[in-house]
Design a protein around this ligand. Structure first.
Ligand SMILES: [Zn+2]
Length: 184
């Protein structure tokens, strides 16, 4: 799944806070979206879907932080909790997409995301055929939409930016490997 879908999940995770603790909902939403994008920074440095992807270990940070946020609510601890929770969900959900190859629609890679505790790759499930597939963008739109109505202007602006970026990425996705090859 593409980064905008993971960011959209992060926003959705923060949605209940608009009811339970409205003053903490905006920092949770922003941290959730940031945590949703964060693991994919290993596209730039390191091994993609391995260096910053931890389908197992992020939970060990997310759960204590969530408990802490419930016991002593504050914007700092809530931000940490939702960042880690969103990064954890991102890392797990990458297993339901495609592999790490440049043209994932060809299904040549058996590596979806790295499970550090077992020292092995999880294989792709292809529920979303590849990152930037039309159904991937549909997910971005559906998961972002509630937040676009519920949150204030700052969160809405960030969410809207993801909507635009996700759409643009989906439009050019299949051409990207050719462009990359020409540039390199
Ligand atoms: Zn990822």
């Amino acid at each position: 799944m593409m980064a905008t879908t993971h960011a959209a999940v992060g926003l959705l995770l923060a949605l209940p806070l608009t009811v339970v603790a409205p003053e903490l909902a905006p920092p949770a939403a922003l941290a959730g979206m940031a945590g949703g994008v964060f693991p994919d920074l290993d596209l730039v440095a390191g091994v993609h879907r391995k260096t910053l992807h931890f389908p197992d270990y992020y939970w060990f940070g997310a759960f204590p932080a969530l408990v802490g946020a419930a016991l002593v609510p504050g914007s700092g601890i809530v931000s940490v909790a939702f960042f880690l929770l969103s990064a954890a969900v991102h890392s797990v959900s990458d297993a339901f997409g495609a592999g790490t190859e440049p043209r994932p629609w060809e299904r040549t890679s058996a590596q979806a995301v790295y499970l550090h505790s077992r020292n092995r790759w999880l294989s792709p499930r292809y529920w979303v055929r590849y990152d930037g597939a039309p159904e991937d963008y549909l997910l971005t739109v559906c998961l972002l939409s509630p937040g676009l109505f519920v949150f204030g202007p700052t969160v809405r602006r960030v969410a809207f930016a993801f909507l635009v970026v996700g759409g643009a990425y989906t439009l050019v996705r299949k051409r990207l490997p050719d462009v990359e090859e020409r540039l390199l």
